[in-house]
Design a protein around this ligand. Structure first.
Ligand code: AHR
Length: 657
């Protein structure tokens, strides 16, 4: 009887074991520790930049004045003028000919001047200094003067003026003048006010305001917080200048890199093609000053330690917006091809070459060591391959070492995609640029996408991708989770997938056209999304070689929830990435098979990014809601690692020394 009672007790105990829930399947991950399939290139994880969402002017480019040279088609867009202000058109910079003359308004109590609204206001911080500069001249032999103020328009009393400076204009020839302003208050939506303070009139051109502290102290510089966020992504490749912006809405607005170099005052303005792309988010005042131009892009790539990857117009204007018969003809293609050849010389030519000299005159005598060039962004149909072939012949005729990247259109599948893939392969293009803005279901089903790609090439550049949750185009954790799952597939296939860049990168909270994006900012602050953290975790923990593995799941079923990649890093650790897209935890027994003699694993650094609520993401008011958490554990071969629901896990198995 005693035995029977004991038996029933044990039976009940096993029937109710809280640690043996059905959802806690026991999975086995066997890592083939002595094998490496292929190196993982440094370029695998990179950054895609486009002047979209006010990513350049009003964003990364630290200039705070909109329409600084009065050359927008509506010359005073961004400005409010008062008193006696006259617009003129014979200024010192031929590509930006407009400037203003400020004259007394009559009575001494009256004022003449202008106010600039910046980009959704101008952000100032009370502990920072700002450099105002202007090109100016007097209209006679006597001096003139102006007062420059940073103001807070939300304050109605005298404290509205946060900083004030005085400039005496002494010369009747055009000269650059500067004054440093130190605001006594932090304001997100301030303004700049300039007014005449002398009886004598003055001419003003190219009014500019930068923080004194820019990235690397460069005068025509970049916002430090944003560059630091890019640097922290540890990118291996830096794609610029886009995106659709390369193509333009029409031939006039296509991106021309030659307009973006040389002295900033003389860089030709371009209409930003995102002005009216979305009727619900239209920004008629969105122009490209090109202050952030190709020289600065190359310099930034260098600062980030990333390979520069320019994308050039293929002789086709945005195909979404233009019929085939309106495209530039083949006869007109040479100008586009010359742009590509000249760009390679600008980047790599010695200082005695025409374009190498231009680079050197801009302050970079050493070449930028350009290795890749993209021709076309999102192209389709037979007009593209003929153009691409002409570029290829010309580029490889002169620069056989440059890898050429071709487009297979805006979608990652379908007839147009298949057509271009075949054309590009037959042409022997070096690398194919695939774009994917797809749903969570699509991403979860495509993690094995590249397993079956032809290893003979072309190589793959996943040039734009982001998970767009069905019907909900904004940042949320579920999208980041799906991107992570997909990225395990990129990494496992890094023998053929050589680069991948999430898109778009930057977005101004008040000026976005496209969501989701990787980094959000306003005039003072910025914050990372959970997609940003995924990019960073993968790039920081890339590893140097792909390591094969086997996974067995219990109970096995068709719903995949764990997505895995394994690599070995030269600093002697195995890196296992496990993404759990399911709402239940998983326990994974991790077994290293055939560890090299003398290689003992002593512990695991476990970094987790997770969120129980899939719809959440960081925000300007809660920028750290979702962020990676690190823990360190002891480990013996065959130990079980608990993988939490909805989580991205980086497990670094470190060698005992
Ligand atoms: O990343 C945003 C846009 O998406 C890019 O400009 C374009 O290439 C794609 O359609």
């Amino acid at each position: 009887m005693k035995i029977l009672i004991r038996f029933i007790f044990l039976l009940l105990l096993f029937a109710y074991n809280p640690f043996d829930l059905q959802t806690h399947a026991k999975d086995r991950l066997i890592i083939k520790a002595d094998q490496n399939v292929s190196p993982i290139p440094n370029t695998l994880y990179g950054v895609f930049f486009e002047d979209l969402n006010f990513g350049a002017d009003g964003g990364l480019y630290a200039e705070k004045i909109k329409n600084r040279s009065f050359d927008f088609p509506q010359n005073f867009m961004g400005w409010k003028i008062f008193g006696n202000v006259e617009l003129k058109k014979d200024g010192p910079f031929p590509n930006n000919p407009h400037y203003v003359t400020l004259k007394q308004s009559g009575h001494r109590e009256k004022k003449t001047g202008l106010v600039n609204e910046g980009f959704f206001g101008i952000g100032f911080e009370d502990d920072k200094s700002y450099r105002f500069s202007v090109w100016a001249r007097t209209l006679s032999e006597t001096t003139s003067s102006i007062i420059v103020e940073l103001i807070d328009p939300s304050t109605q009393d005298e404290s509205q003026v946060m900083a004030s400076g005085y400039i005496e204009v002494t010369d009747s020839a055009w000269k650059k003048y500067e004054v440093i302003l130190n605001p006594h208050k932090t304001v997100k939506n301030g303004q700049l006010r300039v007014f005449l303070s002398s009886d004598n009139p003055v001419d003003l051109e190219h009014l500019s305001l930068f923080p004194v502290n820019t990235w690397a102290g460069q005068e025509n510089g970049l916002r430090i917080d944003l560059v630091e966020m890019l640097r922290d992504l540890n990118p291996g490749v830096f794609r610029f200048p886009g995106g659709c912006i390369v193509e333009g809405t029409d031939t006039a607005s296509r991106y021309r890199w030659k307009n973006t170099i040389g002295p900033v005052e003389n860089r030709k303005l371009n209409e930003n093609r995102w002005q009216f792309t979305f009727s619900n988010r239209s920004f008629p005042d969105y122009y490209q000053s090109n202050g952030l131009g190709f020289f600065e892009f190359f310099q930034l790539a260098e600062d980030l330690g990333a390979e520069p990857l320019p994308i050039l117009n293929a002789g086709l204007i945005c195909q979404f917006q233009n019929e085939d018969e309106n495209q530039p003809s083949m006869e007109e293609l040479q100008e586009y091809i010359d742009d590509a050849l000249d760009l390679i010389e600008f980047a790599n030519g010695d200082i005695n070459s025409t374009w190498g000299r231009v680079r050197s005159d801009m302050g970079h005598s050493k070449p930028f060591n350009l290795k890749f060039i993209g021709i076309g962004n999102e192209q389709w149909g037979p007009q593209y391959p003929v153009r691409l072939k002409a570029f290829k012949d010309a580029i490889h005729g002169k620069y056989p070492e440059i890898k050429i990247i071709g487009s297979v259109g805006p979608y990652p599948e379908g007839i147009d995609f298949e057509y271009l893939w075949k054309e590009l392969k037959d042409m022997g293009i070096d690398m194919v640029d695939e774009h994917m803005y797809q749903s969570e279901t699509w991403f979860s089903q495509q993690t094995d996408r590249y397993d079956s790609y032809d290893r003979e090439g072309p190589e793959i550049f996943v040039g734009e991708y982001a998970c767009h949750i069905e019907g909900e185009k904004y940042n949320q954790f579920q999208a980041a989770l799906m991107e992570a799952a997909f990225m395990t597939g990129l990494e496992r296939n890094a023998d053929i997938v050589k680069m991948a860049t999430y898109a778009p990168l930057l977005s101004h909270i008040d000026g976005w056209q496209w969501r989701p994006d990787l980094i959000w900012f306003d005039n003072l602050e910025s914050f990372p999304t959970s997609s940003y953290w995924v990019q960073k975790l993968f790039a920081d923990n890339r590893g140097d070689f792909i390591v094969p593995f086997e996974l067995s799941i219990e109970p096995s079923n068709n719903d995949r929830k764990l997505f895995i990649s394994c690599s070995f890093s030269g600093d002697e650790c195995y890196i296992v990435k496990i993404v759990n897209t399911d709402d239940s935890p998983e326990e994974v027994e991790i077994i290293f098979e055939d560890l090299l003699p003398g290689f003992y694993i002593e512990g695991i650094d476990h970094i987790v990014l997770k969120s129980a609520d899939l719809t959440q993401d960081n925000s300007i008011s809660n920028p750290t809601l979702i962020r990676p958490i690190s823990q360190t554990f002891n480990y013996k071969n065959n130990d079980i690692v608990k993988i939490e629901p909805y989580s991205v896990n980086i497990l670094k198995f470190k060698k005992r020394h």
